[in-house]
Unconditional design. Structure first.
Length: 286
């Protein structure tokens, strides 16, 4: 099916210097800083442990917290659990849950059209990361109305900068306690800057790869695709065609053999009484 053509005229997209500088710093620190540090000092087991731990924590903060809870309301949970998920998501440096959630809601509402924030019809690099370097001319407050009524979302919005800084300070502190200033710097580079770079790009793969390559077993109403290997990087988010077809389902991979740690975490929270109202929007079962 050919994607619908937007009825609005394309709008000018001003270049965002701040976003470009921030991403450049993260990319430079990861692609140049990490190998240089490794050559002169190498990374310790503490650095790699913190990298793996924070990759999981921040990745699940995005997939479970920002995506399935805030944007799609696929389950409910107590406010303190929601706050924990939004802190973890904030550490991923992908903007506030308010901004992320409202943009993602618009992505589903206007998929493959000009108003789609990461419109894959503009090509791989645009949908992967190019869109972050420009101010969004189609931002519409109507997609944020529901989110602004959520006190936890607004709490995270107000304290987003301290949350981000705490996520970068944590690996430095752990490394410093283990091996002094050099240990702090190494852990900061790997588990702070490097981890942020890899989590960002794994998330970007959903916007790009999962809208350009893969299968469409659940519907062809838009460009969404299923990619099992992207799910390995994104805690289950690669089953993107299923997700676009059944947006409110707490599972992206509905089958028992689908690699979807995000659904397993949500199910575990429910088993512990920490999540309720798990939504399953299709007849496909575990």
């Amino acid at each position: 099916m050919t994607p619908a053509v937007s009825s609005t005229q394309p709008r000018h997209r001003p270049f965002s210097v701040g976003a470009a500088v921030l991403f450049s710093v993260i990319a430079t620190g990861s692609l140049i800083g990490l190998p240089v540090f490794a050559y002169y000092y190498d990374f310790t087991w503490v650095d790699w442990t913190m990298f793996g731990l924070l990759y999981m924590v921040t990745g699940l903060g995005i997939t479970v917290g920002y995506h399935r809870l805030i944007a799609h309301r696929s389950f409910d949970c107590p406010n303190w659990v929601k706050a924990g998920l939004l802190i973890a998501g904030g550490w991923a440096l992908e903007n506030t849950a308010l901004k992320w959630g409202s943009s993602h809601i618009r992505h589903h509402a206007r998929c493959d059209q000009d108003e789609d924030p990461y419109n894959a019809q503009r090509g791989f690099w645009w949908s992967h990361c190019g869109w972050i370097f420009f101010t969004d001319p189609y931002a519409d407050d109507k997609y944020a109305v529901r989110l602004k009524r959520d006190p936890v979302v607004m709490w995270q919005y107000r304290y987003y900068v301290p949350i981000v800084l705490s996520g970068l300070a944590l690996p430095f502190l752990v490394g410093f306690l283990y091996n002094g200033w050099i240990g702090g710097l190494g852990c900061f580079l790997l588990a702070g800057v490097g981890r942020t770079f890899f989590v960002l790009n794994s998330t970007f793969c959903i916007n790009s790869i999962c809208h350009l390559w893969g299968k469409q077993p659940h519907g062809a109403a838009d460009s969404s695709r299923d990619s099992w290997w992207v799910s390995l990087l994104t805690f289950g988010e690669g089953y993107h065609n299923y997700h676009h077809t059944y947006q409110s389902d707490y599972r992206n991979g509905p089958r028992w053999y689908n690699f979807d740690p995000s659904k397993w975490l949500i199910f575990t929270l429910a088993s512990l009484g920490l999540a309720t109202s798990l939504r399953t929007a299709s007849t496909e079962t575990e």
